[in-house]
Design a protein around this ligand. Structure first.
Ligand SMILES: Cc1cc2nc3c(=O)[nH]c(=O)nc-3n(C[C@H](O)[C@H](O)[C@H](O)COP(=O)(O)OP(=O)(O)OC[C@H]3O[C@@H](n4cnc5c(N)ncnc54)[C@H](O)[C@@H]3O)c2cc1C
Length: 483
């Protein structure tokens, strides 16, 4: 059989599984499949296929295993590490889960939902809300990212401090293996000590070990009210003290604690026309803090419409002012004001991109090491090149920094030496403080070399053995994560 006959047979097989409208090749492949979210990479899949059931995914994987066709599972394509990029001449089949977008069930008593991999996060939020509950995995790309992709990267986001990351919210999985078998671990068992934890293994594996087709997700009681404020702090140590102070005063009801360096604040105010600047000046360092009601009493309003919880938060912040760990604050007195603060945080990446390209980081440190690590990085970045940079930005409660830099305020691609020095400075800080080079975005292609260099060598070899055992022909997202 010639190569072109083989390919025609394979294409026919795919069409038989998905229908002709959902097997795309050549010019039929839309631009959205040909680039990553940041526009940094071009992708060259040979096929894009869009199955609508687990059985179809399994049949595709069987066909791919028989023909040794490599497969990249694709979610919302909002990942930031080049993990869904198909190289030229790799003959990659991009398997988009977008049509697998059904919520199979919501169990109010068990407080879980079973959702197919292609469900967009925002739709899961709405469905949980309608059931009087909450699915707390939230981040800027919530209107685009799929739950399959969020589990594939073990995404974190804005509420990890209270509810944990994607891994912590995943109680069960249905996965199609490299050979096209279906592994059903969907039951929401809180206790299951039957050997290795395969659910945890799949979460964060970036499509290299299996294709997630459905997940059982933990839901939580929906807080009856929130109190939210942007608080100006004198420095990072004070921010850390403030975080612990608010946690202690509220019995651990801090939902989010997001660090805002001055540059990020200024970029949001400059580029986001749809937000109102919280302060009349540009604070050198601030934090977005949100606490949740712990009881119905907290959600009661006074004659002026002020929430009891907001009063409680005002009192807490008043004490913080007295001890000097906070200097100023803007408290949200309405849902509109609260949304304004959150929109600012969620759209920060948009604001940055409107300014130009940046070198972004996603590093993490032990929370108590943040003041030292941030000071080290600020000194290192300042010594490398003039130009805007901001280290103190990100999910402080998780020790996670999304620092950014633009040497000479120009595209980092035009300054490769400075860009390399900045990446090195980040790695050096990670080594010195024993942090991580990837807090939540994963490894993809961007951080493969750094991971190879920095991961404990015994652990790295163990990861490779797992990959070989589960995907001996290296069909699943080849060339990503591990080298
Ligand atoms: C504006 C913005 C803000 C962001 N904020 C955050 C944040 O705060 N926290 C955070 O963690 N991330 C954040 N991200 C990164 C990104 O949104 C997440 O990594 C997200 O989880 C990716 O989901 P996706 O569906 O787009 O996955 P994709 O980008 O499509 O895929 C990501 C990885 O998962 C794999 N994958 C996709 N679907 C499956 C599946 N069904 N089975 C197995 N593997 C699969 C892919 O092969 C790839 O390796 C942000 C991105 C943007 C654009």
């Amino acid at each position: 059989m010639t190569k072109s006959t083989e390919m025609a047979d394979f294409t026919d097989q795919l069409i038989g599984i998905c229908g002709a409208a959902h097997v795309l090749t050549g010019d039929e492949i839309e631009p959205r499949y040909r680039r990553d979210w940041l526009g940094l990479y071009e992708s060259h899949p040979l096929y894009v296929v869009r199955p609508d059931s687990t059985e179809a995914v399994a049949a595709i994987m069987k066909a791919c295993a028989a023909t040794k066709t490599p497969v990249i599972p694709l979610g919302g394509n909002s990942g930031l590490t080049g993990a869904t990029i198909a190289g030229e001449a790799e003959g990659i089949l991009l398997l988009s889960l977008e049509r697998m977008n059904q919520i199979r069930s919501i169990d109010g008593d068990g407080q879980v939902m079973i959702a197919e991999a292609g469900c967009i996060l925002e739709n899961l939020h709405k469905a949980a809300d309608q059931a009087g509950l909450m699915f707390p995995l939230v981040f800027g790309a919530k209107g685009t990212a799929h739950i399959g992709g969020a589990l594939g990267t073990n995404a974190g986001g804005l509420n990890v401090i209270r509810y944990g990351n994607a891994r912590a919210l995943c109680m069960g999985l249905e996965v199609v293996t490299a050979s096209g078998e279906v592994m059903d671990l969907l039951p929401a068992l809180k206790k299951d000590n039957t050997g290795y934890d395969l659910i945890n293994l799949m979460v964060g594996s970036e499509g290299t070990l299996g294709i997630i087709t459905a997940a059982t997700l933990k839901l939580v009681p929906r807080p009856e009210a929130y109190a939210t404020a942007m608080v100006v702090v004198p420095d990072v140590s004070a921010a850390l003290k403030l975080m612990n102070f608010v946690q202690a005063r509220t019995g651990g009801r801090v939902e989010a604690f997001e660090l805002f360096g001055q540059l990020m604040y200024d970029l949001c105010v400059k580029y986001l026309d749809h937000i109102t600047a919280p302060f009349s000046y540009s604070p050198p360092l601030s934090v977005l803090v949100e606490i949740a009601a712990g009881s119905a009493e907290d959600a009661k309003t006074d004659a002026d419409g002020k929430l009891a919880l907001t009063q409680q938060f005002e009192d807490i912040l008043g004490e913080a002012f007295e001890t000097g760990i906070a200097e100023d604050a803007v408290i949200a007195y309405s849902e509109t004001q609260r949304r304004n603060l959150w929109t600012m945080r969620e759209d920060t990446l948009d604001a940055m991109q409107r300014h130009g390209n940046w070198l972004l980081s996603d590093v993490s440190f032990q929370v108590s090491d943040l003041p030292g690590a941030i000071a080290d990085l600020e000194a290192a970045f300042a010594a490398i090149a003039p130009g805007p940079f901001c280290i103190a930005f990100g999910h402080m409660g998780d020790g996670n920094l999304h620092s950014c830099a633009r040497p000479f305020d120009e595209d980092p691609a035009d300054h490769p030496a400075e860009a390399a020095a900045i990446k090195q400075a980040l790695q050096d800080a990670v080594v010195k403080w024993r942090g991580s080079i990837s807090a939540e975005h994963g490894i993809g292609t961007d951080k493969q070399a750094a991971m190879r260099e920095l991961k404990d060598p015994v652990a790295y070899e163990m990861l490779k053995s797992i990959k070989t055992a589960l995907d001996p022909d290296n069909l699943l997202n080849p060339g990503k994560l591990l080298m």
